[in-house]
Structure formats: C-alpha cells, structure tokens
Design a binder for this molecule. Structure first.
Ligand SMILES: [Zn+2]
Ligand SMILES: [Zn+2]
Length: 212
C-alpha cells in the first residue's frame, strides 16, 4: 500500500478539501485492510476481495472509498445509515471481518498531538495524523452474514412487481400477503409522486420538450 501521506493526498483531491474526516477515514481504511489481511486493496490480486460497510454518509466515507477503491456501484461498499463514525472491513476469501469505530475521546487528545496548532479544526487534522490507533479507534472482531443477493457480480435473482410490473433485482422485493411488490408500490418508499396537474408550467414545458 502507498504511504499514509500519499493516500491522504489522493483522498483530499477526490473529496475536495482536507478535513479531520479525511485523516480519520484514511487511517481507518489502512488499519481495516491490515486487520483483514488485504495489503493492497487496489491491486488486481485483491479485486473484489474486500467489502466495506460504512455507517455514516459524511467526510470519512469518501476517504475510505479513495483508499480501498470500494464503491457502491461495484457492490463492494455498503451503506448502513446508522449515524456512527464506524466502518467494517470484510475479507471475502477468509470472511475475517473487523469493525472499526472512531472514538469520541480522540477529540480531547487532539491538541496533545498537535501542540503547535491553535484551532480545534487544525488540532484534529494534524493531531489525528500522529495519534496512536489505540486512542483513535475501538476495534471489534465481527461476523457478517453476506446474503448471496448482496455480493458483487451480476444479479442472481429478479422478480416482477405484481402491482406495476417493474423488474426488481437482487431480492429487494417486498412480500405483502400474496403480493410481491417493488418498494415504491409498498409502503417502504422514500418518495411520493406529485400529481402532474400540480407541476409548474415551466416544468411541464421542459418535460414536453424532452418528450417525457
Ligand atoms: Zn470533508
Ligand atoms: Zn411496483
């Protein structure tokens, strides 16, 4: 694996700014890869051997993606919306998995590892680079049952919604009594369709211009 500084530089460039989250995320990813025995996650040898579960959609997640090369679109990054600064690294060959949690009290120690910095932000950015793993993180050895439908590779299963006819891949349909439904047709949807009558004239004109 590249050096910490090289990896940080890459993640800052992909993320758009330097922040404490980039430092934490890069360190978390380096530690996670070592713990599960993946020395260079971007090497061909380890392609699709690593899956990372992230538990928050904030800065550190971008750093973890940058270091590991794990991506939602490759099904190698899974998002669990827990609001916790933590990530779990899984080696698909050995099934060894470690969950790494960013400690809350690392904030209190940051200034000790960056005595020359005067702002909390800089103390965290610099301090987190020098703080030992034992202060920065808690580590748990965990077991993960990875459903076949969540694995990388082409979809192994698809079904058709009884209500709207939409094809649903990867076993993500919902069984409601006798009916098999897509999530938008069940009560599990994240959106509500707006009646076209309520759209503004400019929206209607734009949609019409695109034939939609
Ligand atoms: Zn950031
Ligand atoms: Zn449907």
């Amino acid at each position: 694996m590249k050096s910490f500084q090289e990896l940080l530089k890459e993640s800052v460039s992909a993320h758009g700014h330097i922040c404490a989250g980039q430092v934490l995320g890069v360190r978390m990813a380096i530690l996670g890869c070592h713990l599960v025995g993946i020395e260079n996650p971007k090497d061909k040898l380890f392609r699709k051997k690593l899956i990372v579960y992230v538990e928050i959609d904030r800065c550190a997640t971008d750093a973890i993606a940058s270091v590991t090369g794990c991506q939602l679109g490759k099904r190698t990054m899974k998002f669990k919306d827990f609001g916790i600064n933590a990530a779990t690294f899984v080696n698909l060959d050995t099934r060894i998995a470690y969950r790494i949690i960013s400690t809350e009290n690392s904030r209190e120690y940051a200034h000790q590892y960056a005595p020359e910095e005067t702002t909390l932000r800089q103390q965290q950015i610099v301090g987190y680079q020098h703080m030992p793993d034992s202060l920065l993180f808690d580590v748990q050895r965990v077991q993960i049952s990875l459903p076949e439908n969540d694995m990388p590779g082409p979809p192994k299963h698809h079904t058709i919604c009884d209500c709207c006819g939409q094809i649903v891949r990867d076993g993500k349909e919902i069984q409601c009594g006798n009916e098999t439904l897509c999530r938008p047709c069940s009560d599990k949807s994240y959106f509500k369709i707006i009646d076209p009558q309520e759209l503004s004239q400019s929206a209607v004109n734009f949609l019409n211009s695109r034939g939609l």
